[in-house]
Design a protein around this ligand. Structure first.
Ligand SMILES: [Zn+2]
Length: 96
């Protein structure tokens, strides 16, 4: 189980999560955050209990780690820009 997979989060995932996850990775083969790396994980766009496909996106490991870290606090989440900025360098490679 990946390190980001907290116990609280694991308890909330639906029983058919593996199927949903596979479906999202087929739909989003490239990381939807950096648009560079292959997506290897599935991220909740809006953190919480919405596990619908519309709230899920394929994401690479470094981007997921960065995003999950930011979601640790509400203050950090509110600072996050809402618009995607695909021209940015890979967020896993720079300090923010
Ligand atoms: Zn990425």
């Amino acid at each position: 189980m990946p390190a980001w997979f907290g116990s609280d989060r694991a308890a909330r995932l639906p029983p058919d999560w593996p199927r949903r996850r596979a479906r999202v990775l087929r739909r989003d083969p490239i990381c939807q955050v950096c648009q560079l790396a292959p997506a290897t994980e599935v991220d909740h766009i809006n953190p919480g209990d919405d596990h619908s496909d519309a709230n899920l996106q394929g994401i690479c490991g470094p981007c997921h780690a960065t995003k999950s870290g930011r979601e640790g606090g509400r203050a950090a989440a509110s600072r996050r820009p809402s618009a995607r900025r695909p021209a940015d360098p890979h967020p896993g490679l720079i300090e923010r």
